[in-house]
Every structure is written in structure tokens, then in C-alpha cells.
Design a protein around this ligand. Structure first.
Ligand code: PDD
Length: 286
């Protein structure tokens, strides 16, 4: 069945939705995006995603396409029109279509492009992967240096995902100057002696909306969290590990570069945090 998608003020069947070949998102990857999950027909942490979108736009001197209240209304309309129970809403804002190719940013009269679409994922929170865990490999982090801005420059993360697949793994953790930055599309954590370790916020990683909630819930549950860089060797020697993202929530990691962690099955900290995260976020969903 054809989806109804949103493009610049219009709800259209996906086959009819069009963006110009001169759009800077297409030509220059001059665009930012957000992915918000939907559980039980409701949006998970919309406020967090809207706040990060505003920050990404601000860092790139890009105009906001519309007020947050309108963004929320479009999210909800797409959920309704596409009868999404569980799934994702993808949102992309580009610097628009200046009518030709030019490295310089266009003037303010060029309107941003706003595109949104849904991805239906029935049973998203009951992913079989959560029961067996993920395998990760390590790769060099060859991305640009402003990973705190959620741009659509996703070629290297896609290449990382393919390197992982080729190695028989599920994802890649990227390493820079000897320390893990993050996964191809998620934040990375290890657990050792009951302490959770995850890299501190900075320009080297995306400030995960799921990460912020999980760190808060872990502290509220009296779990110890250390925000500092860690190495792949430290990860290999960990009791357990996990990742967080809007689409995977909290997902256990059971091996790093072929080395099984602990018993090689999802660990108790990741499993508990996944339960807490899903419970709390379902309660707060709008
Ligand atoms: N990815 N780090 C990177 C590089 C990411 O691309 C993502 C999200 C995260 C986790 O952020 P959050 O918890 O806000 O989803 C961390 C999304 C899900 C994607 O590209 O599909």
C-alpha cells in the first residue's frame, strides 16, 4: 500500500512526492534530519527530537521550516493517515532549492525543504534482536568532525554498516585516536563491575535523545554511569555492552570484534535499562 508522505506543506501519495534536483540536500548533503519512534500510535520523546533539530539547524545557520507545534501536528497527521501503530517517522530539512548549483549558501528568500515520511514497523519494541543481542566490529571513524549535528552525510556510516555485514556482524563501532566514538547510527556503552561507561558529549558524537533518557533513568535507578571515552580493548574485556538509538531503544551487544562479552548473551544491565526505557517512554508518549 502506498504511503502518504509530507513535502513542503502537502500530504501526497509517495509516488507523487518530488524534490528538485537543485535542492541542496540532494547536491550538497546540506540537510539535517531526525528519526522519532512511534509506539502504540504515540510519539516517543518528540520534544527531545524537536529540540535537537532546532540545535542542528542553528549550528548550520539554517532556517527552521515551521514552529515545533506545526511539526508535531504533521507527525501526528502522518501517524493517523498511515495508520502507524509501531514504527518511525523520518524528518528531513534541507537548505532548499536555490535554482542552480553553487557552494555559497543561498539568501534567506530560499525556503527550506521539509520532507517527512513514516516507516511502519509492527512490534518494533519486541525486536527478536533484543533477545540475542548484536555483534559489533570496530572500524576507523572517518566521518567529518561535527558529528553533534545530525546531518544527512551518511555515506561513511553506510559503508561501516556494510563492513560489519561483510564480517558477519550487525554493526560497527567507530574508533578515533584509540577511543570508541559511537556506532554507525547509535551511541555505544560498556558495563564493567556494575558501572556503565559511555563517551561524554562533545562534537565527536551525536547527542542521542535516547542516550539522554537512558542516562537519566540509569541514575534514577541508582546505577553508576561514567561519561568518558573507552577503548575497544576495554569493550572486549567488559561484562556486557549495549547501544541506544530512537529505532533500537536499548539493544544489547554480545560480541566485539569476535570476542564474546560475559556469557555471550544479553547482559542484565542492558536488559533492565531496555525495560525501564520502554516503560517510561510509553508512559510519556504523546
Ligand atoms: N540514528 N549516533 C548516531 C551517529 C546516530 O545516527 C544516531 C541515531 C544516534 C542515536 O541518537 P538517538 O538516540 O537520538 O536516535 C547516535 C538514527 C536512529 C538513524 O539515523 O536512523
Amino acid at each position: 500500500m502506498s504511503r502518504t508522505v509530507y513535502v513542503n506543506g502537502q500530504y501526497l501519495p509517495e509516488e507523487e512526492a518530488k524534490v528538485s534536483i537543485f535542492d541542496r540536500g540532494f547536491l550538497m548533503a546540506d540537510a539535517v534530519y531526525e528519526v522519532t519512534s512511534v509506539l502504540g500510535g504515540k510519539l516517543i520523546d518528540f520534544a527531545g527530537h524537536a529540540a535537537r533539530l532546532a540545535r542542528s539547524l542553528g549550528e548550520l545557520d539554517m532556517a527552521a521550516p515551521c514552529p515545533d507545534a506545526e511539526l508535531l501536528a504533521i507527525h501526528r497527521e502522518l501517524v493517523t493517515r498511515n495508520e502507524i501503530v509501531d514504527g518511525l517517522i523520518y524528518l528531513q530539512v534541507t537548505r532548499g532549492n536555490p535554482g542552480d548549483r553553487d557552494f555559497a549558501f543561498p539568501d534567506a528568500s530560499v525556503k527550506p525543504t521539509l520532507v517527512m515520511f513514516t516507516q511502519s514497523k509492527p512490534g518494533l519494541a519486541d525486536s527478536p534482536q533484543a533477545k540475542v543481542g548484536m555483534k559489533v566490529i570496530s572500524i576507523d571513524d572517518l566521518r567529518w568532525a561535527r558529528r553533534d549535528i545530525k546531518t544527512v552525510q551518511l555515506l561513511y556510516p553506510s559503508m561501516g554498516k556494510m563492513m560489519a555485514k561483510k564480517a558477519g556482524a550487525d554493526d560497527a563501532w567507530m574508533v578515533e585516536d584509540g577511543f570508541v566514538t559511537e556506532g554507525t547510527s547509535n551511541n555505544a556503552y560498556l558495563v564493567k563491575g556494575g558501572r556503565i561507561v559511555t563517551r561524554q558529549l562533545g562534537t565527536e558524537i551525536l547527542h542521542g535523545i535516547t542516550r539522554a533518557a537512558v542516562v537519566r533513568f540509569a541514575r534514577e535507578a541508582q546505577m553508576e554511569i561514567e561519561e568518558r571515552p573507552f577503548t575497544i580493548d576495554e569493550a572486549k574485556a567488559a561484562d556486557e555492552a549495549f547501544i541506544t538509538s530512537a529505532s533500537a531503544f536499548v539493544m544489547p551487544v554480545v560480541s566485539v570484534d569476535g570476542v564474546a562479552l560475559g556469557s555471550g548473551t544479553p547482559g542484565p544491565v542492558a536488559t533492565r535499562l531496555r525495560e525501564i526505557y520502554l516503560d517510561e517512554m510509553r508512559k510519556a508518549a504523546i
